[in-house]
Design a protein around this ligand. Structure first.
Ligand SMILES: NC(=O)c1ccc[n+]([C@@H]2O[C@H](COP(=O)([O-])OP(=O)(O)OC[C@H]3O[C@@H](n4cnc5c(N)ncnc54)[C@H](O)[C@@H]3O)[C@@H](O)[C@H]2O)c1
Length: 341
C-alpha cells in the first residue's frame, strides 16, 4: 500500500514510517524540519528511514499547499497519516502563531487534498490535551472535551472538528487519534523524559512541576505504533452504514453523520510523576536533584485514557510497563544520542 505520512522526521512519524516500511509498504514522508527542537535529531531520523527500501522523503511545510499538491498528485497515496504539527503544551504560551500555521493551516491543506484526490482512509493525530482539566476519568472519546487549557489543545481539537466537517461533506473516511504522553527511543528533547535524563547525567537539577503532584498515562512508542497500524485497517463506515456498524462496537465514537471516528491511544494506567522519576533514577543508577515548582500555566494535573474502544476495534491494548519503556529510552540515549547521533 502507498502511504503518505506527515511529520516523518518527528518522533512518532519516524516510528510509524519505519514500521510501515518493515511491513513492505511504501512511505512518502513529508516534514518541514521546523526548528522547535534539535533539527539534527530530525535529520538523523530521516537518514535512518532513507536506509530502508520504499521511503521517499520531502522537506516542506504542509501549509505550502502547491508543493504538497504536486507530491500528493504524483504519489496518489492510498492512505494518509497526518502527524506533522507544532506540538508542545508549554511552548504554545510563548509562540502561539506556529500552532495556527502548522495545526490549522497545515491540517487544512491535508483536508483539501483529501477532498480533491480521494484516499481510502485519513488518519489524524490529536491529543489527550483536548480533555483539558476534565476530572471525569478515564477520559472517554464521547465526552465533550470542550474546555482546552492551551492553544495547542484548542488547535488540535479544532483540527479534529475540521476533519469531521470534511468527512461529512466530502465522504472522507477519517480516524482521529488522541495520543497520551508518548515516550521511548528517538523521543522529543522538549519532553520530560528526555530533559530529566539529560539533566541527571549532567548533574543539573530537574524541574518538578506542581511539586510532583501529577499523573500521566505514559504510552510507550511501540504500543502507540501498534495501535496506529492496526487502526489503518479499521476504516470508519460511510454515514449511511454508520448506525449498523456502530451497533456492533460498544462505546463507539463513530459520528452519526460522517465516516469519522475518534480513538484514544493510551496506556490506561496512569503513573505519578514522582514514580516516573524514580524509574528514571533506577534506569540511570543515579539520583536526580529535584527542583520542586508550582504548576505551569496550561498544564493539567492528570491524563488517563479510556482505551475500551481501541481494544474493541483492534483487539489491542497497550501494556508496556513504564520501567521497561524508560530503560529502552535510557539505552538509546546513552548509546546513540549522547554518543553524538
Ligand atoms: N509525543 C506525544 O506525547 C504526543 C501526544 C499527543 C499528541 N501528539 C501528536 O502526535 C503528532 C506527532 O508528535 P511528535 O511527538 O512526533 O512531535 P514531533 O515534534 O517530534 O514531530 C512533528 C514533526 O512535524 C514537523 N512539522 C511541524 N510543523 C510542520 C509544518 N508546518 N509542516 C511540515 N512539518 C511540520 C516537525 O518538523 C516534526 O518533525 C503531533 O500531531 C502531536 O501533536 C504527540
Amino acid at each position: 500500500m502507498r502511504f503518505l505520512v506527515t511529520g516523518t522526521a518527528g518522533f512518532i512519524g519516524f516510528h510509524v514510517a519505519r514500521e510501515l516500511l518493515k511491513l513492505g509498504h511504501t512511505v512518502t514522508g513529508i516534514d518541514g524540519m521546523t526548528p522547535y527542537y534539535d533539527v539534527r535529531l530530525k535529520h538523523r531520523r530521516h537518514q535512518a528511514l532513507a536506509q530502508m527500501p520504499g521511503f521517499e522523503p520531502h522537506e516542506l511545510l504542509i501549509e505550502d499547499y502547491g508543493s504538497l499538491e504536486t507530491i500528493w498528485r504524483n504519489v496518489a497515496p492510498d492512505m494518509v497519516i497526518h502527524l506533522a504539527a507544532q506540538a508542545g503544551v508549554r511552548y504554545s504560551v510563548e509562540s502561539p502563531a506556529s500552532y495556527i500555521d502548522a495545526n490549522l493551516r497545515g491540517t487544512f491543506s491535508i483536508l483539501e487534498l483529501a477532498r480533491h484526490f480521494p484516499i481510502k482512509h485519513l488518519l489524524l493525530a490529536s491529543t489527550s490535551s483536548a480533555y483539558g482539566m476534565d476530572e471525569d476519568v478515564p477520559f472517554n472519546e464521547n465526552a465533550g472535551a470542550n474546555h482546552p487549557c492551551t492553544l495547542y489543545a484548542a488547535t488540535k481539537k479544532s483540527a479534529e472538528l475540521m476533519g469531521h466537517s470534511y468527512s461529512h461533506l466530502f465522504g472522507i473516511p477519517t480516524t482521529a487519534f488522541r495520543f497520551f504522553t508518548v515516550y521511548g527511543p528517538w523521543g522529543r528533547p522538549d519532553m520530560a523524559l528526555f530533559k530529566f535524563v539529560a539533566n541527571i547525567l549532567n548533574d543539573v537539577p530537574i524541574d518538578v512541576y506542581n511539586h510532583g503532584n501529577m499523573r500521566r498515562d505514559f504510552t510507550y512508542i511501540d504500543d502507540l505504533v501498534e495501535g496506529i497500524i492496526r487502526l489503518t485497517a479499521i476504516i470508519p463506515p460511510l454515514a449511511g452504514n454508520a448506525r449498523l456498524q456502530s451497533a456492533s462496537v460498544e462505546n463507539d465514537s463513530l459520528s452519526p453523520n460522517a465516516a469519522y471516528r475518534l480513538v484514544n491511544v493510551g496506556n490506561s494506567a496512569p503513573v505519578s510523576l514522582l514514580e516516573f522519576i524514580d524509574e528514571i533514577e533506577r534506569a540511570l543508577g543515579r539520583k536526580a536533584q529535584r527542583n520542586y515548582l508550582d504548576m505551569q500555566p496550561g498544564d493539567v494535573p492528570q491524563t488517563y485514557a479510556d482505551t475500551r474502544l481501541l481494544k474493541a476495534l483492534t483487539g489491542f491494548q497497550p501494556s508496556t510497563p513504564v520501567a521497561q519503556g524508560v530503560r529502552h529510552f535510557v539505552d538509546w540515549y546513552r548509546e546513540l544520542y549522547r554518543a553524538g547521533l
